[in-house]
Design a protein around this ligand. Structure first.
Ligand code: 13P
Length: 262
């Protein structure tokens, strides 16, 4: 039986940019620019800072915008004495659909371990949201020929406790650390090689069906000019976009460049 084609997901990770007023303007602008044909075959999500989520949720619901609400991180506990943290339960109550887990900035700036990333993925799934699990090697690891080893370790830590059905529902973002925010993206061929390796690793860990269904994004210096090249690769099922997602017009161009069969 042929499996349904994977539906691309284009996600805008705003990081620590746009306060809630700027978020209001950006999402309103996105809503005006995104046409039904742009989202007929592509899913779109935005991941604003926590303080913006309620504003964006209200707008998305009121205007029925074709945008999935996303968060950038969460704690793995539902409540408790965790000063400064936000729980997956709180995000789920707000209608959040996607939560980024283990972004390289969480791993490298805030010391998030592979184990903490795995706990976050499980917590997000427990609340019926979709984790966007980030993996990727540093420049030093790449130079030392350790890309596949690093990806294997990160994927094994995050996926082994999950059942294959849950893995099939995940999004995994391959984001090489050296390409993030540097203006130096991976080549489309390198992105494809790594995304294929991610899929093969999922197959080894969780079986063929999970590997066939899991969506693998590329992220790292994606822009309106290079998006179509990444999306033309067979194992790249979407994009995780940082800087270029802050401007609605540019982000919509990236969504348009991500249409299947374009
Ligand atoms: P840039 O697109 O700004 O390189 O950021 C990528 C990223 O980290 C998205 O999560």
């Amino acid at each position: 039986m042929a499996t349904a084609p994977r539906r691309p997901l284009v996600s805008g990770n705003w990081k620590m940019h746009h306060d809630h007023i700027e978020a209001l303007h950006t999402v309103r602008d996105l809503g005006l620019r995104l046409k039904p044909e742009d989202v007929a075959r592509v899913d779109v999500s935005v991941h604003p800072p926590f303080t913006d989520l309620r504003t964006v949720q209200t707008l998305v619901e009121a205007d029925n915008l074709p945008i999935g609400l996303g968060a950038q991180h969460c704690n793995d506990h539902d409540r408790g004495a965790y000063t400064g943290e936000v729980s997956p339960q709180m995000l789920a109550r707000l209608g959040t659909r996607y939560v980024i887990a283990g972004h390289s900035e969480r791993r490298h700036v805030f010391g998030m371990s592979d184990e903490a990333v795995a706990a976050t993925v499980q917590a997000v799934l427990r609340h019926e949201m979709t984790p966007i699990l980030c993996v990727g090697e540093t420049g030093e690891e790449r130079a030392a020929g350790q890309t596949e080893e690093r990806l294997t370790l990160q994927l094994t830590a995050a996926l082994t406790a999950l059942d294959p059905g849950a893995v099939a529902s995940l999004v995994i973002a391959y984001e090489p650390v050296w390409a993030i925010g540097t203006g130096t993206p991976a080549t489309a061929v390198d992105a494809e090689d790594a995304c294929l390796f991610v899929r093969q690793t999922v197959e080894r860990l969780c079986g063929a069906e999970a590997a066939e269904r899991v969506r693998v994004q590329y992220g790292g210096s994606v822009n309106a000019e290079n998006a179509a090249d990444f999306m033309a690769e067979p194992d790249v099922d979407g994009l995780l976009v940082g800087g270029a997602s802050l401007d609605a017009a540019t982000f919509v161009e990236i969504v348009r460049a991500s249409q299947p069969g374009r």
